[in-house]
Write a protein that binds this ligand. Structure first.
Ligand code: GDP
Ligand code: MN
Length: 385
């Protein structure tokens, strides 16, 4: 479960990490009120569960309450990466001299949490890892001993910090470690960790992801769950009990079983295509669940080709076919080319049901993936309405 910036910062503050003064607002009038109470220039920040808000226009500086109200009016209701903004965080503006990065994640290679720091922050760490890997320092942390003072100091030296910044830096690193461990987080991140023009360190952005499997022992954190913090597709997937992850390609995939879904995506990738999503309909899906899954794929305007790979067992191919037909009938937009591989339980009935529909049959997974990729590259010049 991901926490919003304002929620993460409240937790940070509880652990003594320096964060700007501020509060959340859900209306422009409330935003004005918060800015008025804070006094002076503020930043108005969209609270959505994704990064890159700055680039998307979700972060604005305002010099007074008047401008804050206007900024909030622009930001509330906007969409950032498919997520609607319902809340803004209003904070005292900071005069930034340098933006750094500090984060802790569970690292499977080291089988430990690792602290990642960089003197170059503000941008997404994945981007930095790609373009300037030499700017990133990683420190595996022994979970039993925790982050030791000397380790935090070493990180400060790696970053080129000196003088009065070393102590506050180590205090923040240790604080972030406690945030991470005591809340059962899988990620705790400060980006940017800013050095102000007065030479102070402050956490300007905060991000915490909690381990869902440990939420039962953090009931107060579970209450922070934001039911509005999901896209329409995610909401529909959750309601239909589908595992769905949106990706950036153009081949919409529907598969039964997570392993088969991964294998399908690997094959699409192998043949030079890009999946538009991961979608596992699970075992024993009935027609209505299949239809819900297809509706989600059809609603995605990135999808140029649909690839359906069903290995029938508990899931029956005729049920799948019925679900596909139902969703195609109800579709309000033209259905893109659909490559279907149905094998296993009741495959004959499934194929017969689909015979009248305009689908491309494939018998093997390789053939299905190749056809889908071929069609997607052929379609790349065409625009779907
Ligand atoms: P993200 O883009 O979603 O990661 O949002 P951030 O909270 O990290 O903000 C993006 C950028 O906005 C930061 O890297 C800063 O450059 C800028 N920013 C955020 N808060 C302030 C502030 O108080 N003052 C100034 N000058 N810039 C800020
Ligand atoms: Mn950030």
């Amino acid at each position: 479960m991901k926490l919003h910036e304002y929620q993460s910062k409240r937790i940070f503050a509880r652990y003594g990490l320096p964060v700007p003064q501020g509060n959340v607002a859900t209306t422009p009038a409330e935003a004005r009120q918060v800015a008025h109470l804070l006094g002076g220039p503020v930043v108005v920040k969209a609270q959505v569960l994704t990064g890159g808000r700055g680039k998307a226009g979700g972060i604005k500086l305002a010099k007074d309450a008047e401008e804050t109200e206007e900024a909030a009016r622009q930001i509330i209701g906007m969409f950032i990466k498919g997520l609607k903004v319902y809340k803004v965080l209003i904070e005292q503006a900071t005069d930034i001299a340098q933006e750094m990065y500090m984060g802790i994640v569970v690292d499977r290679t080291h089988r430990k949490p690792i602290m990642i720091v960089s003197a170059q922050g503000g941008i997404e760490i994945e981007e930095l890892a790609k373009n300037r890997p030499e700017m990133i320092f990683r420190l595996p942390i022994d979970p039993l001993r925790g982050l030791m003072d000397y380790q935090a100091r070493n990180l400060a030296f790696e970053l080129g910090l000196h003088g009065g910044l070393i102590r506050p830096f180590t205090a923040i690193a240790r604080g972030l470690w406690r945030v991470f461990v005591e809340n059962d987080a899988t990620l705790a991140e400060i980006n940017p960790l800013a050095i102000t023009s007065e030479g102070q360190l402050i956490a300007l952005d905060g991000k915490i992801t909690l381990d869902d499997n440990a939420l039962f022992r953090h009931l107060e954190l579970n209450e922070m769950r934001d039911l509005q913090g999901e896209t329409e597709a995610q909401r529909q997937a959750r309601q239909a009990d589908l595992s769905y992850v949106k990706l950036d390609g153009d081949i919409g995939c529907m598969v039964n079983g997570a392993g088969l879904a991964m294998a399908t995506m690997d094959l699409v990738d192998l043949y030079g295509g890009r999946p538009a999503n991961f979608l596992d309909i699970g075992g024993g899906a009935r027609a209505n669940k299949v239809a819900a899954a297809l509706h989600i794929i059809l609603a995605d305007s990135d999808v140029k080709v649909i690839l359906i790979n069903i290995f029938g067992g508990i899931t029956r191919c005729d049920e799948v076919a019925r679900g596909l037909l139902a969703a195609m009938e109800e579709a309000s937009t033209p259905v893109p080319p659909m490559v279907v591989r149905l094998v296993g339980a009741n495959e004959e009935q499934g194929r017969q049901l689909l015979a009248a529909a305009n689908v491309i049959n494939a018998t093997s997974l390789i053939e299905a993936a190749q056809k889908a990729v071929e069609l997607a590259s052929g379609q790349s010049q065409m625009q779907r309405p």
